[in-house]
Design a protein around this ligand. Structure first.
Ligand code: SF4
Length: 333
């Protein structure tokens, strides 16, 4: 029996960090056995707010592929492919753009939030490309016949937009496209070392999957702890401490222990941070090792991406044949 198809992906704007690891990558690895998984390296989408910095996007394409492979994505099971090399997506985006209104895009909560966050790039007036990225995302998913899209709560409105476009297309041209379902990811957004709700490169508060042991040590030492705690025997509050927060992600048992000892004033913050550094390194060591192999063999990384793109393009071509037939623009077929 054919496996259900998942389409997911990352924007190549920087290396992936532990926020991505707990938020999506771990789940992605788990899903690869039971689903037919397609992982998009969304370089076209990354250009919507990096149009004036194409080097940044190009430089990060291989990094994203290596991060995915290092955490355990198996190219025999999961297909990693490049968005810009599937021109059928751009074509489908044009057809979809007739099926969605500007007002609907402006009302999309995810787009609204992102535009507000990117005022430094767009000023008061957002580009047509950025406003329309949910439309091209709908094309990304449906051109491959994606049935499931794993996503966090904050990205759900984007998939809802895709579903609306699919319904409209099918109602006008006939039942051609699959309406994708959301698979809500278990993990919420991971906070940064400074306690910020978001972990990110621009915020300087991220732990990268590719960080060395020394980089991790330095970063954890700067993590925010309970500010009211001065001495080791002060009774602490782990609920306001980022070290405790990360203990909870990396080792539940150590988290319980840290909370107990912290509240009772029996644990020093330096000791607590050292334990966390040990746990992070234990988890990231095999990932780092795998990554090193791919860094030393860029030709393997390129081949995986090239083969994956060819495989994805085959699906995209099949979909477009059906789409054009339904839209009666398959003139010389
Ligand atoms: Fe945070 Fe640990 Fe210090 Fe408590 S002992 S404040 S949990 S670092």
């Amino acid at each position: 029996m054919a496996k259900t198809r998942i389409v997911t992906g990352d924007r190549p704007t920087g290396k992936l960090h532990i926020g991505h690891y707990f938020g999506s990558l771990k789940n992605r690895v788990k899903l690869q056995d039971d689903y037919e998984e397609y992982i998009l390296v969304a370089d076209v989408q990354a250009l919507t707010d990096n149009f004036n910095n194409p080097e940044k996007v190009a430089k990060n394409v291989r990094e994203i592929v290596m991060d995915n492979l290092s955490v355990g994505l198996d190219p025999e099971k999961a297909t990693i492919y490049l968005q810009s090399m599937i021109p059928e997506t751009a074509e489908l985006t044009v057809f979809y753009s007739n099926l969605v209104t500007i007002a609907r895009l402006e009302r999309n909560p995810t787009v609204k939030t992102e535009i507000a966050q990117k005022r430094d790039i767009f000023g008061e007036s957002v580009t047509y490309g950025f406003l329309g990225y949910p439309v091209s995302q709908a094309a990304d998913i449906t051109v491959l016949g994606g049935e499931i899209v794993p996503t966090g709560e904050d990205q759900k409105p984007l998939i809802e937009q895709t579903r609306e476009i699919v319904r409209k297309f099918n109602s006008i041209y006939g039942e051609v496209l699959k309406e994708p379902q959301v698979l809500l990811s278990e993990n919420k957004r991971i906070k940064g070392l400074d306690g910020n709700e978001k972990m990110g490169k621009s915020l300087g508060n991220a732990i990268y999957l590719s960080d060395s042991e020394e980089e991790i040590r330095k970063k954890v030492m700067t993590a925010i702890t309970d500010p009211a705690r001065i001495k080791k025997d002060d009774l602490g509050n782990p609920d306001v401490c980022m070290v405790a927060y990360y203990h909870n992600l990396f080792n539940k048992e150590d988290y319980e222990q840290a909370c107990k000892e912290c509240r009772a004033g029996q644990r020093g913050c330096v000791e607590c941070k050292k334990k966390l550094i040990e746990n992070i390194n234990k988890e990231l060591a095999p990932i780092r090792e795998k990554r090193k192999y791919y860094e030393e063999h860029p030709e393997i990384v390129d081949k995986i991406l090239k083969d994956g793109t060819e495989k994805a393009r085959k699906l995209a071509k099949e979909t477009m044949k059906e789409v054009k037939k339904a839209m009666k623009i398959d003139y010389f077929e």
